[in-house]
Design a protein around this ligand. Structure first.
Ligand SMILES: *Cc1c(COP(=O)(O)O)cnc(C)c1O
Length: 812
């Protein structure tokens, strides 16, 4: 590859010189191998994806050449999840090809929208953390950061959720069975990842690790084009395969299973996202996944650095690495190991280099969600890493003793020797990072006061805040074309590339004609959502009712239960007096429960059972419907969010690190009912106190109650509507007389109620009734809705990425 003359291809080869329709037909015939009369939607989708991908490749290579030439600082974003959603619409929209594609297909009697929907949702993420990583890819490419995402190419990813008799069923997702038109397999890019074995000191005193198991990580690249396709970055996902080939001897002896054993074991590493962790094997697999993608990514970025640098001490000047939560925290000892063992550097210097490149984003304060691994497991799988972690701990302890006389470093160290011994990944990430960030102002403050209190005292400059954001391309322009067109015809198109321009809509909140158009768009979106609900679960809902939506992973702290209980209380009140002038409502839920989270799954069952009773009661027909949509993912979110009137962001204050669902809804003109938690606090500051519905305990009050031992059964007894609902549930009202089914929920609420459903219930009920009243005054409601959209400019992920680039990566 030395002939640079070939870098500039003949004009005739430039995909931009061929009309998109012709390119699609060409790919349909020559890449997909179908003729137009036999092609099904999936074939058209493949042909269009390939044609659009062709258009991205030039920009992709230009970007790569530019980065090399300018020696731009590279940013590597390591994440266990990338919930990227469908890519085709994003690509044609960012590349400015939507009109041309639409035109071509309608000429041939095909609907572009239906073709876009033939693309499967890549099942590479679970929740907000994974979606954040995906929004960041879009924004890094838009802002022009030389960024690269590193993650795992899960063959099945997260499970597909369905309901059987109201219970969650988990089935494997098969998003890859028809191939993936976006990725480029790089068989030549492959790195060994090792586990197990032992470490010996050689004659020179050097530690030599002899692993017992070796797996290969192979690269798959997806180009990610930013707005207007000027800058195209890469998402590189790793897939595992065995370093050993098929055992032909065993195979020829007819021992087919034994012959393939090594392959099966190796490939299990990238089969699924979040393997069950209730078995020791499951936990070990999870640890290996983390090591697998982290090590492959570090080896790859060091390889790239050494292509045009010799001096590894310059790494921090050219490279910034962001760890999305603790899943890749093994990067701290792994980077040190690569420098010491493979590149013959000194330990102390290697640690300084690692600490100059690595940065860690914390996503949770929930103690049980902070990762820790048994010392025994680390010792068995990663003996060399454990040595290095101990050395890092010693270095850290010396640093603390030198700086702070009398301060005990033990509680802050990575290794906790108690209870059999643990490696605390949050502490390890903190100690090994240059910067540690929280994801909303409140969360960052709480980090300093709680989980990282000690570490913050000794490194007061390390923690900083970067409030999350969302990409306005996917979360407004693409998911809500009606609103996007209305905004563009009102204030021009600049908002797409720079969301701060959306504030130019503020004066239009006072313009009745604009408000009416805004309302008409919402109604169309609600009709689209109503049709989706009908087709998914067969429930008919009235698009003029108030659409009240809570969609997110099912978790006690997110308090779907409180919403469900309020729904049941509302049902009781409506049934008792159906003619009292109620505001008709549709309560919509969606979200997956972790397979081993029994209580979350029981909450899903309760909502589905309540839906059966409520939706079939003629007394509340036209007043109340309750819907739980299965298999929440990015594509479902893109239909649900534009159709919402009310956004439920009701987590127990102090527990939602930021939330990004809250931002998507507000940007699309839904009003928020929420607690002062996560980014809700900042949303309130931006949209204004009068345009958001805040209720409930605040974070300090929650903390006081959680420590002070409260008596939820007393609170329930003092809250008649809640008392009635709890009694109904426990007496089998929603379970055909089965008084056992929901005992887990009832006991939890009455006896523990750690997440403060009972003390917040009345305030939640009251604010919901206030919302009923305000929704009836549609003109005022639409004014508030416009002000939400208009004031969400700051929540663009482009702003967040600029924040990371300036404050953490020094890369703009
Ligand atoms: C935005 C998003 C999330 C995160 O939602 P939160 O309400 O912030 O928890 C989860 N899943 C999907 C599919 C999303 O698009």
């Amino acid at each position: 590859m030395t002939d640079t003359k070939l870098e500039k291809l003949p004009e005739s080869l430039d995909p931009k010189n061929v009309p998109l329709g012709e390119a699609v037909l060409r790919h349909l015939v020559y890449s997909v191998g179908k003729d137009a009369s036999h092609a099904v939607r999936r074939d058209w989708c493949a042909a269009l994806s390939l044609a659009v991908r062709d258009r991205m490749v030039d920009g992709w290579m230009d970007t790569t050449r530019r980065i090399y030439k300018e020696k731009a600082k590279r940013v590597y974003y390591l994440s266990m999840e990338f919930m990227i959603g469908r890519l085709l619409e994003d690509a044609i929209s960012n590349m400015g090809l939507t009109a041309e594609a639409k035109g071509f297909f309608s000429e041939h009697g095909l609907d572009l929208q239906e073709i876009l929907e033939a693309e499967p949702d890549p099942a590479l993420g679970n929740g907000g953390l994974g979606r954040l990583a995906a929004c960041f890819l879009d924004s890094m490419a838009t802002v022009g950061v030389a960024g690269m995402g590193y993650g795992i190419r899960y063959e099945h990813g997260i499970f597909r959720q369905s309901f059987q008799d109201g219970w969650q069923l988990e089935e494997p997702e098969d998003w890859l069975i028809f191939g993936n038109n976006w990725e480029f397999h790089r068989p030549e890019v492959s790195y060994p990842i090792s586990f197990g074995g032992s470490v010996q000191q050689d004659a020179q005193g050097k530690m030599v690790w002899t692993p017992s198991e070796r797996i290969l990580a192979g690269a798959f690249d997806t180009p990610i084009a930013g707005w207007q396709g000027k800058h195209v970055n890469t998402l590189r996902l790793w897939s595992a395969r065995s370093a050993e080939t098929l055992n032909l001897h065993q195979f020829n002896q007819g021992e087919f299973m034994a012959a393939s054993r090594q392959q099966v074991l190796a490939e299990s590493i990238t089969k699924v996202l979040y393997p069950g962790d209730h078995t020791a094997e499951g936990r070990e697999l999870r640890l290996k996944q983390e090591v697998f993608f982290t090590s492959a990514s570090l080896q790859d970025l060091l390889h790239r650095f050494l292509l045009d640098n010799k001096d590894l001490t310059a790494l921090p000047k050219h490279v910034a690495i962001q760890l999305n939560d603790t899943h890749p925290a093994i990067a701290v000892p792994e980077l040190v190991r690569l420098l010491v063992d493979e590149h013959d550097m000194e330990f102390v210097q290697s640690f300084e280099i690692a600490r100059g490149c690595l940065n860690y984003t914390n996503h949770t304060l929930l103690p049980e969600a902070l990762e820790k691994w048994p010392l025994e497991l680390i010792e068995r799988c990663l003996p060399r890493h454990l040595q290095i972690i101990r050395e890092i701990d010693n270095l850290f302890a010396a640093e603390i003793r030198a700086k702070f006389e009398g301060k005990d470093p033990a509680p802050m160290q990575a290794i906790d020797p108690h209870h059999g011994g643990w490696v605390r990944m949050g502490n390890l990430a903190f100690i090994g990072a240059k910067r540690v960030n929280g994801v909303s102002a409140l969360h960052t403050e709480l980090m300093k006061q709680t989980v990282f209190k000690d570490l913050h005292e000794v490194y007061p400059d390390r923690i900083l805040n970067q409030t999350n954001g969302i990409t306005p391309r996917r979360w407004l322009k693409e998911c809500n074309p009606g609103l996007a067109e209305l905004i563009t015809e009102t204030i021009g198109e600049d908002w797409v590339g720079d969301l701060s321009h959306i504030s130019e809509l503020v004066p239009y909140a006072e313009d009745k004609a604009f408000r009416d158009k805004f309302k008409a768009v919402k109604l169309e979106n609600k009709k689209r959502l109503a049709a989706y609900i009908q087709s998914e679960v067969g429930i008919k809902v009235d698009p003029t009712a108030l659409f009240d939506i809570q969609i997110k992973r099912i978790h006690e702290y997110k308090r779907q239960l409180m919403n469900a209980l309020e729904t049941m209380a509302l049902y009781n009140a409506m049934k008792a007096d159906p003619k009292a002038g109620w505001q008709p409502r549709v309560k919509i839920f969606a979200g997956k429960a972790a397979p081993s989270y029994t209580l979350a799954k029981l909450i899903i069952k309760l909502i589905n059972d309540a839906a059966k009773v409520i939706n079939n009661d003629p007394d509340v027909d036209g007043l109340l419907k309750l819907v739980f949509l299965p298999n929440y993912n990015v594509s479902a979110a893109e239909i649900l969010i534009p159709g919402a009137d009310l956004s439920e962001q009701i987590s127990t204050a102090g527990f939602e690190a930021s939330g990004t669902g809250n931002m998507k809804f507000a940007l699309n003109g839904a009003l928020t009912v929420g607690t002062l938690d996560g980014a809700n606090v900042e949303i309130k500051e931006h949209v204004g106190d009068d345009n958001i519905f805040i209720f409930g305990l605040e974070a300090d009050e929650v903390a006081a109650r959680q420590h002070g031992g409260c008596q939820p059964w007393v609170t329930v007894a003092e809250t008649p509507r809640l008392q009635e609902v709890v009694t109904q549930i426990s007496s089998g009202f929603y379970s055909n007389g089965d008084t056992e089914r929901f005992k887990g929920i009832v006991d939890n609420v009455l006896a523990h109620d750690y997440f403060q459903v009972t003390p917040d219930f009345q305030a939640y009920w009251d604010i919901q009734r206030k919302i009923d009243g305000e929704f009836k005054d549609q003109d005022t409601w639409q004014r508030m809705a416009v002000l939400n959209t208009a004031n969400m400019g700051w929540f663009s992920a482009d702003r967040t990425i600029r924040g990371y680039a300036n404050d953490i990566w020094k890369a703009l």
